[in-house]
Design a protein around this ligand. Structure first.
Ligand code: PNS
Length: 163
């Protein structure tokens, strides 16, 4: 029984995240999408809103026979993964520019929890430039983000904007 944790801010979920979830699902029996509770970063969506959106969107992708759950967490990813008895931490790599930060994080997480491996997956090149930050920026300035984030996420962003 192999369990993975896919940690992130997910503010908001993008199609790049979904691509990574879909690619990693066949590799594990269980996967916990772990949403970091980071109020100090003043996220667009609360941690509950982010978790709810992911739960609502997940059924739209093929997650094979992998049991998917969504949870929020605070503190260290390595500690959360250990508490959940996970075998692996999954991270997506888009471009070479991601590599240095991800390598540092993976090595630190390994130092903290040597039993837990970080597994890197390459997102589809279609999403190589997609990040939550870029999506928020483009959306807020009136640009089109269609096809890069789930429709439901776009609706929730619009609802936030109109508040
Ligand atoms: O989606 P993001 O913002 O790239 O995800 C980054 C995340 C949440 C994986 C990273 O910031 C993290 O693990 N934060 C929790 C605190 C922690 O464990 N820090 C040490 C990492 S070595």
């Amino acid at each position: 029984m192999k369990r993975a944790v896919f940690p992130g801010s997910f503010d908001p979920l993008t199609n790049g995240h979904l691509d990574i979830i879909q690619r990693s699902a066949p590799l594990f029996d269980e996967m916990i999408v772990a949403v970091l509770n980071n109020p100090e970063k003043r996220p667009m969506f609360s941690v509950e809103e982010r978790c709810d959106m992911i739960r609502e969107v997940l059924p739209s992708i093929d997650t094979d026979d992998c049991k998917m759950t969504v949870e929020s967490f605070s503190g260290l990813t390595a500690q959360f993964a250990k508490n959940r008895d996970a075998d692996a931490i999954v991270r997506g790599i888009r471009a070479v520019s991601d590599y240095e930060y991800e390598l540092r994080m993976a090595l630190m997480n390994r130092r903290l929890e040597p039993e837990i491996e970080t597994v890197f997956l390459m997102a589809d090149e279609e999403f190589s430039y997609v990040s939550s930050t870029l999506m928020k920026q483009v959306f807020e300035l009136g640009g089109r983000v269609e096809g890069l984030i789930p429709e439901l996420v776009e609706e929730r962003m619009r609802a936030k904007q109109n508040k």
